[in-house]
Design a protein around this ligand. Structure first.
Ligand code: NDP
Length: 278
């Protein structure tokens, strides 16, 4: 039976460390402030924003909330971001994605100062990650690295396969594993013979966006499996990109969904906010 990698416990551990660090900074007169911008009334986005605000409160990060109507123009949003870029009391700016269709998401991402881009999506931060310089790292893949390290999974020299090459998960995930001296393959929808490539993996990270796609046929015995996917099934329950029931009996460690990667994303966002004071 596989050991469960408990993202809930590990994210709590990280948040408690950050809380202690925030208190220390406070004693020195320093406080992190995160500006969170939500455009429109998408219920899922509202839940994410609320969870981020709650995490800020827990840790001792000041959060400023901007809830804008869905008719907000791109110009108005860019104007608000520019104001926040110039405000020295604001350390982090986050625009909850997706934004409504009439707003160019890429333009918004590029308009946030790279020094306040706590989501790590700005091309300058992505570039910094690629060449091993300091910068904000995308929260979900950063969370996966923490899950591995805090579960005593050695990455160095291991065969690491990432399924998915999105800008916010797959690509930065591959670079982070490489930075930890893993031997990395990034697979995608044009990959030939995905099964045999996945079967090579000592560490398999799945961010494919397809419910339960990765079953036991894709997994080597004893591998460590990290499931980034999150989907709501017809019965209301959540599942991942990995078919947990099929894979769990043959691997050494695996993340559950929910309670694996999910809670880590917010913990690493909080880490990025506090790191602006370091
Ligand atoms: P995207 O849809 O942006 O990317 C999916 C990737 O999977 C693409 O690179 C695509 O390849 C690849 N892919 C699709 N089908 C196949 C296939 N049949 N075989 C091999 N590769 C395939 O998704 P994201 O990266 O944004 O998210 C992935 C999953 O993670 C989703 O379930 C999402 O909900 C979840 N997620 C969870 C987060 C969390 O906090 N837990 C945060 C972010 C995402 P190609 O590029 O060739 O099209």
């Amino acid at each position: 039976m596989a050991e469960l990698i408990d993202g809930k416990r590990i994210s709590k551990e990280i948040k408690d460390e950050l809380k202690a660090e925030a208190e220390k900074f406070k004693a020195e007169g320093k406080e992190a402030t995160l500006a969170v911008i939500l455009v429109g009334d998408d219920p899922a986005s509202a839940v994410y924003v609320n969870n981020k605000k709650k995490a800020c409160e827990y840790i001792g990060i000041k959060s400023l909330s901007y809830e804008l109507p869905k008719e907000t123009t791109e110009e108005e949003l860019l104007g608000l971001i520019e104001k926040l870029n110039k405000d020295d009391s604001v350390n982090g700016i986050l625009v909850q994605l997706p934004v409504p269709d009439h707003i160019d998401e890429n333009k918004i991402i590029r308009s946030i100062s790279p020094l306040k881009d706590v989501d790590g999506f700005h091309p300058l931060n992505v570039g910094a990650l690629l060449i091993g310089e300091k910068g904000y790292v995308s929260c979900t893949p950063a969370g996966v690295i923490q899950l591995l390290k805090r579960s005593n999974v050695d990455i160095e020299g291991k065969e690491c396969v990432v399924v998915g090459r999105s800008n916010i998960v797959g690509k930065p995930m591959g670079v982070l594993l490489l930075r930890e001296n893993g031997t990395v393959t990034i697979a995608h929808s044009r990959t030939k013979d995905l099964k045999s490539i996945c079967k090579r993996a000592d560490i398999l990270v799945v961010a494919v966006g397809k419910p339960k796609m990765i079953n036991a046929d894709y997994v080597k015995e004893g591998a460590v499996v990290i499931d980034v996917g999150i989907h709501r099934m017809d019965n209301g329950k959540l599942c991942g990109d990995v078919d947990f029931d099929s894979v769990e009996p043959i691997v050494s460690k695996i993340t559950p969904v929910p309670g694996g990667v999910g809670p880590m994303t917010i913990a690493m966002l909080m880490d990025n906010c506090i790191s602006s004071l370091r």
